[in-house]
Design a protein around this ligand. Structure first.
Ligand code: NAD
Length: 364
């Protein structure tokens, strides 16, 4: 039987995008070569650079490439150059377009505190030590998409704003199932976050998650109100394994949780749909440091590891990349954003080289 060749679309985007993607590709190259993973990578343009060339941030051929691929690896989009454009052609619109067209309903954000970087967190070391949380945010429903929406004006001039919090039970069930499946592969502890005491939509959320849980007796399911969860993430983040929540609550809680680790340059993400997926660092295009070889490529490298785990069925190889990143941090190698006295300051390319070299020692 011939082995499946994975099709991967690579969209570097704007700002530091091309610099960080180059380092992730370096790592994929090493792992594909040494572990014999058949993959074909095709590049496409997206965001501001696509707008400059084609007049739109998500050209048809880019979308087509994404639709035909098993996974998309993305850098970042946006920058001051395009800030004055109409909203319909802003670089960031390309991301919403991709999420919608690829049906990416599950957003995974792992929040891991590396022992070597504990000092980078604004919280006390004892609070963040050892945390390893996976936040699963529903990505295609809730107030961001619900209708009616908008601002209306009465004849007397008074304005009313409305957004609609809405979830069907099918939408809740599919994200709940994804959450239980992920929890099953981890510490089997799932907390579903809602506001069921005052919002009927999330009362339904709680009911459907509970129903879905009957098929996963091996996973401990708990429920938490979102306000309490926001507090618990700061008070005792180590209590969490997997958190599943709505689009709005997940948007806010995942940014809060990102701060537990200290640097935005360390955090990867995956957005998954049925048979489709997109992997990207959580940070933006960092125009202030673009082209200077100082951006931290580790979030993008860790996103590539997530791609191996979730789209290419190569969890062992994903583990190796994560181990190589940890190894490099243990060696004291640091980009500027995570630098502290006594460690070795390197640039974007040199950080990629260090991870590649470490990875090769595991694969020799
Ligand atoms: P940003 O994440 O690009 O940068 C915030 C700060 O973090 C900056 O000081 C930046 O230098 C730093 N930073 C970000 N990534 C880093 C890395 N890898 N290494 C070291 N430092 C890093 O957010 P912003 O400045 O608010 O936005 C810049 C542009 O990116 C905007 O156009 C915004 O719309 C866009 N954006 C895109 C995405 C995306 O593509 N997914 C996400 C967020 C923002």
């Amino acid at each position: 039987m011939t082995e499946k060749k994975y099709q991967i679309a690579v969209f570097a985007g704007d700002g530091v995008g091309s610099e960080i993607i180059a380092e992730a590709l370096k790592i994929l190259d090493v792992i594909a070569d040494k572990k014999n993973i058949p993959m074909s990578l095709k590049e496409g343009d997206i965001g501001g650079s696509a707008y400059d060339r084609a007049g739109v941030p998500l050209p048809d051929e880019t979308l087509e490439l994404a639709l035909q691929s098993d996974a998309v690896l993305l850098g970042a989009v946006g920058g001051p150059k395009w800030e004055g454009l109409d909203y319909s052609v802003r670089p960031e619109r390309a991301l919403l377009g991709l999420r919608e067209k690829l049906g990416l309903y599950a957003n995974l954000r792992p929040v891991v505190a590396f022992d070597e970087l504990l000092a980078a967190s604004p919280l006390k070391k004892d609070i963040v030590r050892g945390i390893d949380i996976l936040i699963l945010r529903e990505l295609t429903g809730d107030v961001y998409f619900g209708r009616p929406r908008g601002v209306t004006r009465e004849p007397d001039g008074r304005r009313t704003g409305v957004n609609t919090m809405i979830y069907t039970e099918e939408e809740i069930r599919r994200i709940a199932v994804a959450a239980f499946e992920l929890a099953r592969k981890r510490k089997k502890n799932l907390v579903s976050v809602d506001k069921a005491n005052v919002l009927e939509t999330t009362e339904l959320w709680r009911d459907v998650v509970t129903e879905a849980g009957r098929r996963y007796p091996d996973v401990a399911l708990g429920h938490m109100y979102v306000d309490n969860c926001a507090m618990q993430l700061i008070r005792k983040p180590s209590q969490f394994d997997v958190i599943v929540t709505t689009n709005l609550f997940g948007d806010i809680l995942s940014d809060e949780a990102a701060m537990l680790t200290g640097s935005i340059g360390m955090l990867p993400s995956a957005s998954l749909g049925d048979g489709r997926a997109l992997y990207e660092p959580i940070h933006g295009s960092a125009p202030d440091i673009a082209g200077k070889n100082i951006a931290n490529p580790l979030a993008t490298i860790l996103s590539a590891a997530m791609m191996l785990r979730h789209s290419l069925e190569r969890p062992a190889e994903a583990d190796l990349i994560e181990k190589a990143v940890t190894g490099v941090l243990q060696d004291g190698v640091r980009t500027k954003d995570i630098y502290s006295r006594g460690t070795k300051l390197v640039g974007t390319r040199e950080m990629g080289d260090a991870v590649a070299a470490k990875l090769k020692t595991f694969l020799a």
